[in-house]
Design a binder for this molecule. Structure first.
Ligand code: AMP
Ligand code: GLY
Length: 425
């Protein structure tokens, strides 16, 4: 089979790496990919959002299966466009992707189906939102309802903070039209976990749990990023808790999508806060998480292409997922200055030495090949991922690999997975 992976981050390198291991994959293309995907496949210079260009590529190259990584093309309806042309594609259609693309819609679905989530109000009018927030006295979170590249959520300490957040989103339009509607919700306290599942419209296959590290600084300090590291599994998610999450969150949402005539197919990712009152949904995503995918796929011990095909064909009940019992830890190496402004084009050395360590894979994110060298080209540069017999040894191995890699301004958190070793506390 000829397979096309759409996207160019660490998640897509991990997907491409895993897909390439499938005996079903004869040729692998990535659009636009990065220097890492170029090692397992052929990069094509098309943006992930270029739906007409990707459609033409899939037809011209007779691609048998297209796998979509990021949310933007999914929310634009790339799956509907491919299916209309009779092409096989992995990911939810536009109606399904709205669970991520429209937080007001996701909230309404959760409310209608009694799925535990933060109490929230939705506003389109600045004055109404302002008047509501001004009456609150507990910490709140203000969210642009649309897609904002993971930046449209402002966690506030008090109402004056929240009023400023409203002004940024609704008056200054910092996130463009994504902020035309805002969701104002109670701030939840607890630990966050990521639960990803394959869904074939009807059947749900939950993957091993994982945990991201959103803040830039050690001890979860400083501004939020796309994610600075992850581990899998998350020890805090016991079997019992996983069963509860499946029952209270995944089953009702998948059933609801089915009943409304828009069955959900692809990856469903529930971002959850484990509150003292039980797990509550912070958000749904319609795709693999980044960087969670890197440790999750390191542990997946079966043919990803077979699973993806079963999702498309509605036959997920006929496959079995197998997992490497060893935990995996992924440490993200970023450009100095990220998530603020940063320089690009720094030459990266030590990649081979790092990747030669046993049970280590260096997934690329913001990298590109230039004059025979690999240089930085984004904020999150690499996802250095290792398996170990324990989380502690996976962590140690990952940092051993990190320490072999150099580029000017390289930054990483040094405490990835410490939380897991404290028993998740
Ligand atoms: P979201 O994109 O909705 O997941 O929000 C991004 C991040 O903001 C989450 O991963 C949480 O860290 C934080 N967040 C979102 N909603 C809440 C909430 N209701 N309470 C506390 N933190 C939140
Ligand atoms: N790691 C967070 C996300 O993929 O949205």
């Amino acid at each position: 089979m000829k397979i096309l992976v759409v996207g160019g981050g660490g998640r897509e390198h991990a997907m491409a790496w895993k897909i390439k291991q499938s005996p079903r994959c004869s040729k692998l293309l990535c659009a636009p990919g990065n220097a890492g995907t170029a090692e397992v496949g052929v990069n094509v210079g098309l943006a992930a959002e270029d739906v007409p260009g990707l459609l033409k590529l899939a037809k011209d190259q007779k691609i048998d299966l297209t796998v979509i990584g990021p949310e933007a093309p999914l929310c634009e309806g790339i799956v509907d466009a491919f299916e209309a042309e009779g092409l096989r594609v992995f990911g939810p259609n536009q109606a399904g992707a709205q669970l991520e693309g429209d937080k007001a819609h996701a909230k309404a679905m959760m409310r209608a189906h009694a799925i535990p989530t933060a109490e929230a109000r939705v506003f389109q009018d600045f004055k109404n939102a302002y008047d509501y927030v001004a009456t609150r006295d507990e910490p709140i979170v203000v969210k642009a309802a649309g897609l904002a590249a993971g930046k449209g959520v402002i966690v506030c300490d008090d109402p004056p903070d929240a009023l400023l957040a409203l002004e940024r989103i609704m008056k200054k339009h910092e996130f463009g039209s994504a902020g035309d509607t805002v969701v104002v919700e109670e701030r939840l306290e607890g630990q966050e976990v990521s639960i990803l599942a394959f869904v074939d419209g009807r059947n749900i296959y939950v993957m091993e749990s994982s945990q991201d590290h959103k803040a830039i600084g050690a001890g979860d300090t400083g501004p939020n990023t796309g994610g600075m590291g992850a581990y899998c599994p998350a020890p805090i998610v016991t079997e019992e808790l996983m069963a509860l999450i499946e029952r209270q969150v995944l089953v009702p949402i998948v059933d609801a999508m089915n009943r409304q005539g828009t069955p959900y197919k692809g990856i469903l990712y529930a971002g959850l806060m484990l509150t003292p009152a039980g797990p509550k949904v912070l958000e749904f995503n319609c795709r693999f998480g980044d960087p969670e995918t890197q440790p999750v796929l390191m542990r997946l011990d079966c043919d990803l292409v077979e699973v993806m095909e079963a999702v498309i064909d509605g036959k997920l009940d006929q496959v079995t997922l197998k997992w490497d019992p060893r935990p995996a830890v992924c440490v993200v190496m970023a450009s100095g200055g990220y998530p603020g402004s940063y320089e690009k084009g720094k030459v990266i050395t030590g990649l081979e030495e790092a990747g030669a360590l046993p049970d280590v894979v260096v997934f690329h994110a913001g990298t590109k090949a230039q004059d025979g060298q690999v240089v930085t080209s984004g904020g999150r540069v690499l996802g250095v991922t290792a398996l170990g017999s324990t989380i502690a040894s996976a962590k140690q191995r990952a940092y051993e690999a990190v320490d072999k890699i150099q580029y000017e301004g390289a930054y990483c958190r040094r405490d990835i997975a410490d939380k897991a070793m404290r028993g998740g506390a």
